[in-house]
Design a protein around this ligand. Structure first.
Ligand code: ADP
Ligand code: ASP
Ligand code: MG
Length: 410
């Protein structure tokens, strides 16, 4: 029998009523003849509430204990959903991440899955049961509970689909697919029928919160058919796959944005060749993710390296830099906050010159200053003041023809 992995996010399981609705949805898929694994998130805003509770007690709670705390959210949902399935007469069994054999690296709060030993889940499927697995969690090789980073249940679902050789992985959520931009904030955003893994990976990495970036990475690496669809309405969603037909006139396929970006600048007394290697090796070793990098060595000015980090990583970044000041050999550091990143993405960009120029031109006409730029074959990102983020996203969405009614996104 073919296996189907389905995943339901926080809003989709926010109340017991919604959990009952999810159980009925699973019942329909089961009647279609599939073996079913369901991955679920914590109910509604539970994870945020747990984070807030910890911060009521401490400004910097232990990451290990945060993982123990946050994984309780998903554990509530797996048991309630199993109970809901039993109520419909469907045999079902719940599994925490560790019971499902999800082994991760030893990185609290943002671990990658290293491997999955799905025997227990497989046994449940063989016995005709629906396996209900907690998203976002695993265990490292020292026996610590770990989490996969916010939004990580998507990755649990795709990784399980890969481990079980599933036919498909369907991500059910509160939107009915992937849109040209976040429909909550961008006027005229429209649903895309198909999207390539690469485009989706860029969009997700650049802030489109609809999917956890690593889930797309796993789907691409293991060629797992994946879709994003509505948990409320029975309508077609967006299909993600390797190759898609792109209309020539839709060079840009999506606009993504991400608030809370910090630009850090490290100043040196004099230029020396090892500075870039030293600083970024040190940050990487300490698990600090750095994004856009700009080095400035101009005669008459103090040599410097600027890079962007997420606001949530600022304290860790500053700490790592100050702990290694001696070997890094810098003079001083400053940083600018209240920034955001806005990006345009599309695989057609590689063969269409002038896209970045049109982007800068439109931002200039809107009076939006560009603080940093980064490009790849399929995206251009700019760092702008946070107060201009949505204005920039809406303007670029319109500039590249994504908002036009008469054009149908494919
Ligand atoms: P879940 O709890 O189901 O995991 P998320 O909140 O993580 O749901 O993701 C769904 C949300 O992603 C939508 O409500 C939407 O506001 C946001 N989103 C951001 N970018 C996009 C996009 N390009 N297309 C669709 N939704 C997007
Ligand atoms: N509950 C976790 C979060 O809110 C994981 C997830 O929903 O995917 O980030
Ligand atoms: Mg999500």
């Amino acid at each position: 029998m073919s296996t189907l992995v389905v995943k339901f996010g926080g809003t989709s399981v926010a109340t017991t009523e919604r959990i009952m609705h999810v159980a009925k949805r699973i019942q329909r898929e089961k009647q279609n003849g599939y073996d079913i694994v369901v991955v679920v998130s914590a109910m509604g805003k539970t994870t945020d509430q747990l984070v807030d509770m910890a911060h009521e007690i401490s400004e910097s709670p232990s990451k290990r204990e945060m993982d123990v705390l946050l994984t309780t959210g998903e554990q509530v949902t797996i048991s309630l959903l199993s109970i809901a399935l039993h109520k419909l007469g469907i045999e079902a069994k719940s599994f925490t991440g560790w019971q499902a054999g999800i082994v991760t690296e030893h990185v609290p709060s943002n671990a990658r899955i290293e491997n999955i030993k799905p025997k227990a889940v497989n046994d449940a499927l063989k016995a005709g049961e629906v396996a209900v697995v907690a998203g976002f969690q695993g265990i490292d090789d020292e026996g610590n509970i770990t989490t996969l980073g916010r939004g990580g249940s998507d990755t649990t679902a795709v990784a399980i689909a890969s481990a079980l050789n599933a036919e498909r992985c369907d991500i059910y959520t509160d939107v009915d697919g992937v849109y040209t931009s976040d429909p909550r904030f961008v006027k005229g955003a429209r649903k895309l029928k198909e999207l390539s893994y690469d485009e989706m990976l860029e969009l997700a990495n650049l802030g489109a919160g609809v999917l956890h970036p690593r889930s797309v990475e796993v789907a691409k690496n293991h060629n797992i058919p994946m879709s994003v669809r509505s948990s409320y309405e029975d309508v077609e969603g967006t299909i993600l796959k390797e190759e898609i037909e792109v209309e020539k006139d839709l060079v840009v396929r999506g606009v993504a944005f991400e608030p809370d970006i910090i630009r850090l600048t490290v100043y040196y007394k004099e230029a020396y060749n090892g500075s870039l290697a030293n600083i970024f090796t040190t940050l990487a070793k300490n698990h600090v993710n750095v994004d856009i990098i700009v080095q400035t060595i101009i005669q008459g000015t103090q040599p410097s390296v600027s890079f962007s980090v997420k606001k949530e990583n600022l304290q860790d970044t500053l700490q790592v830099l100050s702990e290694h000041k001696d070997i890094l050999g810098y003079d001083h550091i400053d940083y600018e906050g209240e920034l955001a990143k806005v990006s345009i993405v599309g695989s057609g960009m590689v063969s269409n010159p002038g896209v970045a120029a049109s982007m800068f031109d439109r931002l200039y006409r809107e009076g939006i200053p560009v603080k940093m730029v980064s490009t790849s074959e399929i995206k251009v990102s700019v760092v702008v003041p946070q107060e201009d983020m949505l204005k920039a996203a809406n303007a670029l969405h319109e500039e590249f023809g994504l908002s036009l009614k008469e054009k149908v996104a494919q």
